[in-house]
Design a protein around this ligand. Structure first.
Ligand SMILES: Cc1cc2nc3c(=O)[nH]c(=O)nc-3n(C[C@H](O)[C@H](O)[C@H](O)COP(=O)(O)OP(=O)(O)OC[C@H]3O[C@@H](n4cnc5c(N)ncnc54)[C@H](O)[C@@H]3O)c2cc1C
Length: 508
């Protein structure tokens, strides 16, 4: 049967990337249909709400701070949230060997806590690596090589190597050097020292202020959802694609499974932001064998989370606390109240606890009671709260959280994306869609860029600047207006492809 192609786009996945594409197409009066398997939009950047006897607790899946190099993104969000987008001062600490350390590092703080002998060892190691760089540079093959040569082994082991292994679940010598370039970039001992003395400037990982929506980061995507529904677009929740039909390098139709049953759609364009590993399995006819094999080699690290509601007005002043020590089962905690007072009822607070795992392992399979038992002694020891202070325990699981940058990932990603990017009306975007460790800003940019490609009938050509662009770089404007939020029609592509940004904290 012949189906007339109309000016419409099917968007798979309603995370930041998919929703940004939808919003930009909506602005250009182009019809979209968004298909999302979850019951709400926002992807990893959604905000969950829990009601307990009339008390409302909100949490992100790990609080999401925003910043970017791209002024258009600030305007894009300001246009959606207006005054509900607020600046928050950042307070981060590490907990190592039973001691709290400020982050960014304050040298007097560290010196006091680690003692003169350890400080001398760190300095000695660092100077050794500096000298070695000049005389006989190390061959840099892995994340471990990179951080050891940049900081010295002792400092690398203090809070980088062990924490990175906790995130990825593989030894640091098996992690691609790309990860170090993306995460650490131009961060160095010298940069950290400069930051101590000069308040402004310096790499972005050390920035002290960020933007946060009053009711959680998911507010951004809920606002887009409302605009889409008001604009007559379609949103199918609890739905997923089951077959992507193609012919002559073009997608011809997509069959989706919805709560009402199967439905076949005939979009002019498809924007994919679901995991590329899953998407590849849906193509009919199937991709070439080498593409299938490459996709099968890509792995995601998963996470499980505990969200604890607590009968105390406050636990600490921190936004995030990181736990590199292997003996502590979780990697990071955050107190939502310290991002916005709207995240908790008065007189109560909450704690979000992140565990790293692989789907099906011991942590993944643990019950909320088991995870709580593994963790409570640490909270009691830190004097944060006692077990009897905990009102409720909620458990969440996410499978496709971190695209794993192992030593071969880049080659596999290239094989897969070269094939998917060759379609004339198919764009794969976002963190799971491009197997790229992005934050909201880069995912939003990719969605905006995909929309620009569709509107300008262009092929995908977005790059992250240099492939090793440092994800902590960016700026935080003092105030944000929405004046820049509607790019001139002819200039859409310029806006979307111009200043590409990035940033990153220890793990997102
Ligand atoms: C713990 C944590 C903390 C973070 N902190 C920050 C932060 O502070 N700042 C920041 O900017 N970023 C942060 N991030 C990163 C941010 O969440 C991601 O960059 C962003 O969500 C990526 O958006 P995306 O649209 O590319 O992918 P996703 O958010 O993963 O969206 C993909 C969407 O596709 C849907 N989907 C998957 N499979 C299917 C299917 N088969 N059918 C239909 N739909 C499907 C998913 O449900 C999801 O909605 C953090 C992430 C985590 C995990």
């Amino acid at each position: 049967m012949n189906h007339p192609k109309v000016n419409n786009t099917l968007i798979l996945g309603a995370g930041p990337a998919g929703m940004a594409a939808a919003m930009e197409l909506h602005k250009a009066r182009h019809h979209v249909h968004v298909v999302e398997k979850d019951i709400q939009v926002g992807g990893l950047a959604k905000t969950l709400t829990y009601e307990e006897d009339g008390n409302v607790f909100r949490t992100d899946i790990g609080p999401h701070r925003f910043y970017s190099k791209n002024p258009y993104l600030y305007a894009f969000i300001a246009d959606l949230l207006h005054e509900k987008w607020q600046q928050v001062p950042r307070c981060t600490r590490f907990y190592i060997g039973g001691i709290f350390y400020h982050y960014p590092i304050r040298f007097t703080d560290v010196l006091k806590k680690i003692g003169l002998w350890n400080a001398c060892c760190i300095l000695h190691n660092y100077l050794y690596e500096r000298a070695r760089k000049c005389i006989c540079p190390r061959t840099l093959n892995s994340f471990e090589d990179y951080v050891v040569s940049t900081f010295g082994r002792r400092l690398a082991e203090f809070n980088m190597l062990n924490y990175t292994e906790k995130i990825w679940g593989v030894p640091c010598n098996q992690i691609s050097i790309d990860w170090a370039k993306q995460r650490i970039g131009n961060l160095s001992v010298i940069a950290a020292i400069k930051k101590m003395f000069i308040k402004c400037g310096g790499p972005k990982s050390l920035v002290d202020i960020f933007y946060y929506p009053s009711h959680g980061t998911g507010l951004i995507y809920e606002a887009i959802k409302n605009k889409l529904l008001a604009g007559g677009h379609q949103l199918s929740l609890q739905s997923e694609p089951v077959v992507i039909h193609h012919e002559n390098n073009a997608i011809t139709s997509v069959t989706i499974n919805t709560p009402q049953g199967e439905q076949t759609l005939y979009p002019a364009y498809v924007v994919n932001s679901i995991p590329i590993t899953r998407c590849i399995q849906l193509f009919s006819p199937p991709p070439p064998q080498n593409v299938i094999r490459a996709a099968q080699s890509l792995r995601f690290r998963s996470q499980v989370y505990l969200f604890l509601t607590v009968n105390k007005p406050s636990i600490s002043k921190d936004n995030w606390i990181y736990f590199p020590d292997k003996e502590i089962p979780f990697g990071r905690i955050s107190e939502m109240r310290n991002f916005s007072s709207h995240m908790c009822p008065d007189g109560m607070t909450s704690l979000f606890v992140e565990f790293f795992c692989f789907k099906g392992d011991e942590i993944w399979n643990a019950s909320k009671e088991e995870l709580f038992e593994m963790s409570i002694s640490t909270f009691e020891k830190m004097n944060f709260f006692m077990r009897q202070d905990v009102r409720n325990i909620y458990l969440l699981k996410k499978e496709h959280v971190y695209p794993i940058y192992d030593l071969d990932y880049a080659e596999h990603v290239q094989t897969v994306l070269e094939w998917t990017d060759s379609f004339s009306n198919f764009y794969t975007i976002g963190r799971p869609g491009r197997f790229r460790y992005t934050n909201q800003d880069h995912s939003l940019e990719m969605g905006i860029h995909a929309a620009a490609c569709i509107l300008n009938k262009k092929k995908w050509q977005y790059t992250f600047g240099k492939e090793d662009e440092y994800f902590e770089q960016g700026y935080v404007p003092k105030t944000v207006t929405n004046e820049e939020s509607t790019p001139p029609q002819g200039d859409r592509e310029h806006v979307a492809t111009s200043p590409v940004s990035g940033y990153r904290d220890s793990n997102r």
